[in-house]
Ligand binder design. Sequence first.
Ligand SMILES: NC(=O)c1ccc[n+]([C@@H]2O[C@H](COP(=O)([O-])OP(=O)(O)OC[C@H]3O[C@@H](n4cnc5c(N)ncnc54)[C@H](OP(=O)(O)O)[C@@H]3O)[C@@H](O)[C@H]2O)c1
Length: 163
Amino acid sequence: MLNGIELIAIVAVDRVWGIGKGGQLPWRLSGDLAYFKEKTLGHAVVMGRRTFESLPGGALTGRENIVMTRQADYEPKGATVVLSQEELAASGFGRLYICGGEEIYRLLLPLTDRCLITKVDTVCGADAFFPDIDALGGFRKISESPPVTESGLTYRFTEYARE
Ligand SMILES: NC(=O)c1ccc[n+]([C@@H]2O[C@H](COP(=O)([O-])OP(=O)(O)OC[C@H]3O[C@@H](n4cnc5c(N)ncnc54)[C@H](OP(=O)(O)O)[C@@H]3O)[C@@H](O)[C@H]2O)c1
């Protein structure tokens, strides 16, 4: 929790917790994008400036987009800026979905209540990572979906809750 705001991280990781490569997602999985949309639609989402700029269609529609940056003059189209965790804490939302990237996941993980983690059964040669919460501890896996295969990749939707 962050000042009464429920924090839910939503992320897709490979076998070694890789999440990104060259500033982009390492894969394009329509089933995972649909899952992401289903979970976040109608809610507020928070992301780092780099992830926001990597979105192919700009701000995510049907969601309140919040972008974290330290640039006071940054004016993203269709999104609200917060300049610090303290400012995010004062945003007044009841729930926030944390949508990356690495810096923002790491920043907010100590306060994160739940993690929705799509586990992709591959090693993608990532240069951005989500913390290995199995090794770190503090969370326990509470559900795992049957495997889905798409474009030659198998993945599962898992959910972790804070212990
Ligand atoms: N697989 C997935 O589910 C998933 C999801 C999202 C992203 N990704 C991937 O993750 C990668 C991007 O991650 P990243 O770590 O490079 O970037 P990021 O976390 O998206 O953004 C980093 C930026 O956030 C801002 N920031 C960080 N800490 C802040 C703080 N305490 N207060 C205010 N602003 C702060 C800074 O912006 P300024 O530089 O403007 O100050 C910083 O440069 C990409 O490859 C992307 O595709 C993967």
